[in-house]
Design a binder for this molecule. Sequence first.
Ligand code: 6PG
Length: 478
Amino acid sequence: MPVTDTDLTDADPALSSIGLIGLGTMGAMLALNIAEKGFDIAVFNRTHTVTEGFVRDAGALATRITPTATLAALVAAIARPRKIILMVPAGAVVDQQIAALRPLMDPGDLIIDAGNANFRDTQRRAAELGAGFIGIGVSGGAEGARHGPSIMGGGAPAAWDRVAPVLRAIAAAYDGVPCAAWMGEGGAGHFVKTVHNGIEYADMQLIAEVYGVMRDGLGMTAQQIAPVFARWNDGPLHSYLVEISASVAEATDPETGAAMLDVILDRAGQKGTGRWTAVEAQHLGAPIPVIEAAVAARNISAALDARRAGQARFGAAPGALPEGALTLDDLMAALIAGKILCYAQGFALLNGAGAAFDWSLDLPSIARVWRAGCIIRSRMLNDMADALTESPDRNLMLAPVFADLVQRHAPALRKTATVAMTHGLPVPALTAALGYFDMMRTERSTANMIQAQRDFFGAHGFERRDRDGTGFHGPWAG
Ligand code: 6PG
């Protein structure tokens, strides 16, 4: 007789309804969030003193938290069928943790990987463990994990349904709708989270570029830049990332009194999810030039010694803009257009991935899940959800509301990109957005030249404009 969830349910009220392994910042915050929403939770951390400290600091929530010192004790503390969240570093540690847990668990128990896994690992684990494993993307940083993240689930739908009540309860909500949803089978949840992070890189880079134009082109101080971002945050650019950009620009270093931004080294780290987005987009043949430019810019930022050598050899670009060359409104408009074009690429990538991996990715649902809780949350995502509901397969830049915005703001994007480039201010993500826009509105591209070259050196054949059919060849000599 098949074992059902009901057979396995252990009604002992002393048992926790869920478990969590890994009490680093994200795991600890998630556990507190779960406890706060009324679920009893058993926790385990490799170093037990961390667990003890966590429970000691949990205040009133400690009554809902069961600390455990071994994996066996953790498993024994959870009501069956068990649900155990892994919040451990992505990669081999997840496999090790699963291998250690499995012998202790029963059929029907569920492991939930909530880390930033590579979706290909999640695909593999889901294939190995079936309905006993799901991968969920969790966004929102520590604050989000504590008070309401955005959650992108993947795996067997029945397994998702079992843990969905907890995940919906702890997630952020937008207009009362929880930002937690099932995205598709296997690694779909982690794939969507990866693309979220790719877009996050691009959003951040676009903001950093207009910050650079203000700082180096317009000679503005961080204190002058802060209110500009704050003002933009009241309009179409209303978003978490613009909001925090205002806050960081405003902050001063308590030690030196200097603007915090001027104290921070211009070398950005990364854990790799943005890069994964670019890699997967290349596998899928999906154009995401703004995200790729952002990933490249982060890599170039890391090469500080090489940049120093470049400046020593060539000198810094002049940078400073002549009076009136660009206005702050130009920059805001450029950011609006750049952002829309970037998201158009991100959603088109998701569309392509859904088809390629046989996931029925629901693009409007993804936009809805991103409306609150996550790092890229923004007002625009609500309109994007509506536009994608109207037509999920249409490029977002062609949806009437976004087509109007792009039409209105593309001239400022062009002006900003060209003025910045003329004066040597690097704006690779803005120019990538502009290049994408120009290519995407050009019916007659220059790929006829590419086709001719391919045929010339490799007899690859081409199509003709004046006839149907393929495999035509040119009158090339030799
Ligand atoms: C989120 C963030 C989160 C983390 C990134 C940072 O959605 O909450 O994306 O996952 O901050 O991994 O990524 P990098 O270290 O690559 O910038």
